[in-house]
Design a protein around this ligand. Structure first.
Ligand code: AHM
Ligand code: MG
Length: 333
């Protein structure tokens, strides 16, 4: 008998006490929004959803039509339910406070509505990443400061990958569960529980074209992998790079591996390319919940105290023994 996302969440709420009803509602609404986004993604050229929108986001990146569509879907789905105080997104300069006409809840939702945007027009996997926090002071109005909590305070995190299948991957702090969208039923069905990332791997993911800009510890690690059986690692490695963090992390969730988007010398003043609050934090929590590790090379990502909504971070995550190795190379250097 198949278990729907709704049933899984109700059972979590009942048996484990992990999910208050407001959070359950929030997660169901996010899942519903992901279904709509999946539909828009699937239409492609037939739905006039490909190409650029002719605008830039706060980080100076050109926005694709689907970036904006996905952002709007998530905002519209979530603002009226009474479970949220505010939302923040890669595609919005500042936070979106729930309008006065709707009741305000205590939760804060952050998302990268469409991750891996460069893959949209070429029909390669993309995804949505989300992270949920709770306001620390329920008696005050919501502001951007409420969002600036370290990742270890997340109460839920997940992503939805729009690939050959649409798969929602979720944690509420009790391990990681995967749900596959059954398009005939219109619902997400539980397809894997207790997802575990093996501690060892022979696969790494990094954008090799940036090699000349990397820092020494990253160069050393990749160089040792490339030497294969004849090198210090004594085994051959395989490489993958999808240019969509969601798809790369999903592969790691499924069969292990290490993913890196490290700091590099192209823009030395930026700590990295990926964003801490709505990319690195949710992915790091999911990875840790599946037995993996996530650091910025020196520190556990979930312990980083954010100072800005859109701040960036260096990311090394996945199979524990590999991430520990890369981290140790940084700490020794
Ligand atoms: P986006 O959120 O604007 O799509 O950018 C983030 C993406 C990640 O999904 C992916 O790992 C990385 O950027 C790819 O970068 P690059 O094009 O440098 O390979
Ligand atoms: Mg992104």
């Amino acid at each position: 008998m198949s278990i729907s996302l709704t049933r899984y969440l109700v059972e979590q709420q009942r048996a484990e006490g992990h999910i208050p009803s407001e959070l359950r509602l929030l997660l169901e609404v996010v899942a519903r929004a992901c279904k709509s986004i999946s539909q828009a993604v699937n239409k492609g050229a037939l739905g006039d959803v490909l190409g650029t929108a002719g605008s830039e986001n706060v980080q100076g990146e050109v926005q694709k039509k689907l970036d904006i569509i996905a952002n709007d879907v998530l905002i519209e789905a979530n603002e009226w339910g009474g479970h949220l105080a505010a939302m923040a997104s890669e595609e919005m300069d500042t936070i979106h406070v729930v309008p006065n006409r709707y009741p305000q809840g205590e939760y804060l939702l952050m998302f990268d509505p469409l991750d891996g945007s460069s893959n949209i027009d070429v029909n390669v996997s993309i995804g949505t990443i989300f992270s949920v926090l709770k306001k620390t002071d329920a008696s005050k109005g919501v502001s951007e400061d409420d969002f600036l909590q370290a990742g270890m305070h997340q109460v839920a995190a997940g992503y939805c990958v729009y690939g050959p299948q649409t798969t929602l991957v979720l944690t509420v702090g009790d391990g990681v569960a995967m749900f596959t969208l059954d398009r005939e039923q219109g619902s997400f069905v539980l397809t894997q529980e207790n997802v575990r990332i093996p501690a060892d791997t022979k696969e790494f993911a990094i954008n090799m074209s940036n090699m000349r800009h990397w820092d020494e510890p990253v160069k050393r690690y990749i160089d040792e992998c490339l030497q294969g059986e004849e090198g210090p690692r004594g085994k051959n490695f395989n490489m993958r790079w999808i240019a969509s963090m969601v798809a790369d992390v999903h592969r790691i969730m499924t069969r292990g591996g290490v993913f890196m988007y490290p700091w590099d010398k192209r823009e030395p003043n930026k700590p990295g390319k990926l964003r801490l609050m709505y990319e690195a934090n949710p992915m790091s929590w999911l990875v840790e919940q599946a037995g993996g590790t996530a650091t910025n090379g020196r520190q556990r990502i979930l312990e980083i105290q954010p100072t800005q909504l859109h701040e960036r971070v260096s990311v090394i995550l996945g199979s524990k023994n590999e991430v520990d190795r890369v981290t140790s190379y940084h700490l020794k250097g």
